[in-house]
Design a protein around this ligand. Structure first.
Ligand SMILES: [Zn+2]
Length: 124
């Protein structure tokens, strides 16, 4: 789902989409010059592989997602939650995919390993 940056006004524009079993519902509104505010909620099930035992398990992905979107290059690094869309087109699928990727790329343990996490710490 793509939204033209300039078409978003100050009135919150609702959207919803889903990418690989994860849905994102929320609103977009202009929050400043070259800035849009995205407020939404991610909801879905991801299949992950435990980084400890390799078992596949399902991860319940439910979290609020608040981002600032910009159509220009951000020179300051104080706001890490800014995503740039230099061509002026917001790609909402890309946003959901990056959120999924950040969960997949982070260290994650299945329930069994999480419970034995204390033992794990002794291994180091
Ligand atoms: Zn495990």
């Amino acid at each position: 789902m793509k939204i033209v940056f300039d078409k978003v006004g100050q009135t919150k524009k609702p959207f919803s989409l889903s990418v690989s079993n994860v849905s994102l519902e929320g609103t977009l509104a202009k929050s400043g010059y070259h800035r849009l505010k995205l407020e939404g909620n991610l909801d879905g099930i991801l299949e992950l592989h435990c980084d400890r035992c390799g078992e596949a398990y399902h991860y319940d992905m439910k979290s609020p997602l608040n981002l600032t979107l910009s159509d220009e290059v951000i020179e300051t690094e104080d706001d890490l939650d800014i995503i740039e869309f230099i061509d002026g087109v917001i790609d909402l699928e890309f946003i959901v995919q990056s959120e999924i990727a950040s969960v997949q790329n982070a260290y994650h343990y299945c329930k069994k390993c999480e419970e034995s996490e204390e033992e794990l710490e002794f291994e180091f």
